[in-house]
Write a protein that binds this ligand. Structure first.
Ligand code: FAD
Ligand code: NAD
Length: 468
């Protein structure tokens, strides 16, 4: 390695970047990681997956205590919210995990370079520190893992107070009396759940005719909507916000739906209409790295950009913006750089929305099977007939298996239930092994467990469910 200081320099320490750095170091590559923010861990650990799940857990406890304790014979009077303490706990959870990443960097002998990384050419990264000092890193390979940032609506600029993104939506100091969320995707539904449980009057405006429309089947959308409405969330579907005015008291919004013009007012508006790749200042032009038509860094199926030695992964590249997708790509790219056959199976990436009940999905939906003219058999089982769900007071939802009619190979699984995020894992593994519904149906599941509903759904593919 005569002319290089490193074999790999990673820009960005999110779940894509930090995992890639660890795997590269495990494989003997001299690795550095560049991060512009104070703490490591990227969007996911600092302002995304982790803080949102901490608040979802805390707010779900509060809701359960208020609504269901009495039915369980627990008398807890005067249950109150201490939002400050809830936020403090969230901060501690984030701190534990971000410092955990710092520990892992040290343990794996990865050099952490704090500052803003810019690609000068395919083998040179310039890092500008907070104090303006510049450092040049010469490297054999570069991995761009710069992630994404929230999309802003042109007529509704973020001001961090009245018009916010998820960055502020996970850190409000007070519960807003009214919260209007634009977008019924993962962020809208998760943060909508948090603030509705904590006492906000939440309205979610979505321009598609159903919620959770990306990647989830229609029945999932229906059950989620019904449960979120029980929480008090109001949905305005097939509605497009067209303009907005920020006033001293809040935000006034104009929108259009099939009936004509409508208007809304809210103390705070949370815009959750998606995220966009973050490539500002990354030096892509200078280094000649090409973007796709959608502004993401263009890569082949193995994370390689058009510039030799420069790779990209995670939210900044095509595909679902999910931490585990970034994570898996990070592993695969590091392995390929080290001369090993790293690979990501893009057909089998699970997706979860952490509402109550949770929604989890992998592979194709029934609707997609119809669109693609695939001959499938579908097995479904309701949690109202599952012993563990009844005992635990979590009977909302179903498990559904979509299998090829001829070969019985499982092509998709869709679960709405408590802990659906965990239940989906066995179907992901089954699909990785090209397993059949019969394989799942004949696998012994412990009793009583929620996972028995997944087995029953597999039995239902062949019309022989035993418990419903
Ligand atoms: P990021 O995590 O965005 O990390 C990129 C890092 O690069 C950042 O730290 C950034 O500061 C740094 N960086 C960027 N440019 C430079 C530069 N030029 N120099 C130095 N550093 C730079 N996904 C899930 O799978 N499950 C969830 O439950 C989930 N919940 C979410 C909840 C919310 C509220 C949000 C916003 C997102 C959530 N996501 C979730 C999505 C998930 O956070 C992202 O898919 C994931 O973080 C992408 O990882 P990444 O490594 O590609 O980028
Ligand atoms: P999203 O793409 O999941 O959902 C955005 C929603 O906003 C869509 O339903 C879309 O139809 C709607 N929309 C877009 N423009 C609109 C407009 N002008 N008016 C009304 N509705 C509009 O995006 P998100 O919820 O912002 O999340 C961003 C990214 O973060 C996603 O890729 C998501 O996968 C990821 N994320 C994942 C999780 C998770 O895995 N649990 C949680 C949060 C975020």
């Amino acid at each position: 390695m005569p002319d290089f200081d490193y074999q790999l320099v990673v820009i960005g320490s999110g779940p894509g970047g930090y995992v890639a750095a660890i795997r590269a170091s495990q494989l003997g590559l001299k690795t550095a990681i560049v991060e512009k923010d104070k703490t490591l861990g990227g969007t996911c650990l600092n302002v995304g997956c982790i803080p949102s799940k901490a608040l979802l857990a805390s707010s779900e406890h509060l809701h359960f205590a208020r609504e269901r304790f009495a039915a369980h014979g627990i008398i807890a009077k005067d249950i109150k919210l201490d939002l400050g303490a809830m936020m403090k706990r969230k901060g501690e959870v984030v701190g534990k995990l971000t410092s955990g990443v710092a520990y892992l960097m040290k343990k794996n002998k990865i050099e952490v370079v704090k500052g803003f990384g810019r690609l000068m050419d395919g083998h040179t990264v310039e890092v500008t520190g907070d104090d303006g000092a510049k450092k040049t890193l010469k490297t054999q390979n570069v991995l761009l893992a710069s992630g994404s940032v929230p999309v802003e609506l042109p007529f509704l600029k973020f001001d961090g107070k009245r018009v916010i993104s998820s960055d502020q939506g996970i850190a409000l100091a007070e519960t807003p009396k009214s919260l209007l969320i634009i977008g019924a995707g993962a962020i809208g539904l998760e943060l909508g759940s948090v603030w509705a449980r904590l006492g906000s009057a939440v309205t979610i405006v979505e321009f598609l005719p159903r919620i959770a429309a990306v990647g989830f089947d229609q029945e999932t959308s229906k059950i989620l909507q019904r449960n979120l409405e029980k929480l008090g969330i109001k949905f305005e579907l097939s509605t497009k916000v067209t303009s907005a005015k920020v006033t001293g008291k809040g935000v006034e919004l104009q929108a259009e739906n099939a009936k004509g013009a409508v208007s809304y007012q809210a103390e705070i508006v949370l815009v959750a209409v998606g995220r966009k790749p973050f490539v500002t200042g990354l030096g892509l032009d200078q280094a000649g790295v090409k973007l796709t038509d959608h502004g993401r860094i263009a890569v082949d199926g193995h994370g390689q950009t058009n510039v030799p030695g420069v790779y990209a992964i995670g939210d900044v590249t095509d595909g679902p913006m999910l931490a585990h997708k970034a994570h898996e790509e990070g592993t695969a790219v590091a392995e390929r750089i080290a001369g090993k056959p790293g690979h990501v199976n893009y057909d089998i990436i699970p997706s979860v929305i952490y509402t109550a009940p949770e929604a989890a999905s992998v592979g194709i939906t029934e609707e997609q099977a119809t669109e693609r003219k695939l001959d499938v058999r579908v097995g479904k089982f309701p949690f109202t007939a599952n012993g563990r769900a009844i005992a635990s007071d979590t009977t909302e939802g179903f498990a559904k298996i979509v299998a090829d009619a001829k070969t019985d190979r499982v092509l998709g699984a869709h679960i709405v239930s408590a802990n659906a995020s965990e239940l989906i894992a066995e179907t992901v593994l089954l699909m990785e092994f090209s397993g059949s519904a019969e394989d799942l149906a004949r696998t012994i599941h412990a009793h009583p467990t929620l996972s028995e509903a997944v087995k029953e759904a597999a039995l239902a593919v062949d019309g022989r469910t035993l418990s419903a």
